[in-house]
Write a protein that binds this ligand. Structure first.
Ligand SMILES: [Zn+2]
Ligand SMILES: [Zn+2]
Length: 134
């Protein structure tokens, strides 16, 4: 075992990287990483949130906070769509992001911080399979 692997932060990052498109609760993460204490999971998640490596998300009907790993630099250049039913995150095309933010800038004179913005809604699949989603 390499020494660096014992660092909770590295482990957590590796884990988050493997689950990049999922939204994960802290409880889920600590269940999957029993070698990291729950308090260390929370501590590291909030540190990662502060440096922009993870983002906090909300889901319908849940008071629990979910986390999603931001794929480093590339995710700071486009908007994200978050499905409130399945929790999946969709990465908007950069050109689409530009077009949308340009029109907001022109209509409202408002500059959207794309790296910080998540649009919540229902994804196509969840909209089509309403009856299957609880
Ligand atoms: Zn992204
Ligand atoms: Zn969905």
């Amino acid at each position: 075992m390499q020494a660096y692997m014992t660092q909770p932060r590295k482990r957590l990052l590796n884990y988050l990287h493997r689950h990049a498109d999922e939204t994960l609760s802290a409880a889920q993460i600590s269940r999957d990483l029993p070698e990291i204490s729950v308090s260390a999971v929370y501590r590291n998640l909030s540190a990662l949130e502060q440096d922009g490596s993870v983002r906090k998300l909300a889901k319908n009907g849940s008071r629990e906070v979910f986390y999603q790993y931001m794929k480093a630099e590339e995710c700071r250049d486009h908007l994200h769509l978050s499905c409130k039913k399945c929790g999946k995150t969709f990465h908007m095309d950069e050109a689409e992001t530009e077009a949308l933010l340009d029109s907001i800038a022109q209509l409202e004179g408002f500059t959207v911080d794309r790296g910080d913005t998540v649009l919540y809604g229902v994804c196509e699949r969840c909209a089509e399979n309403k009856e299957k989603v609880e």
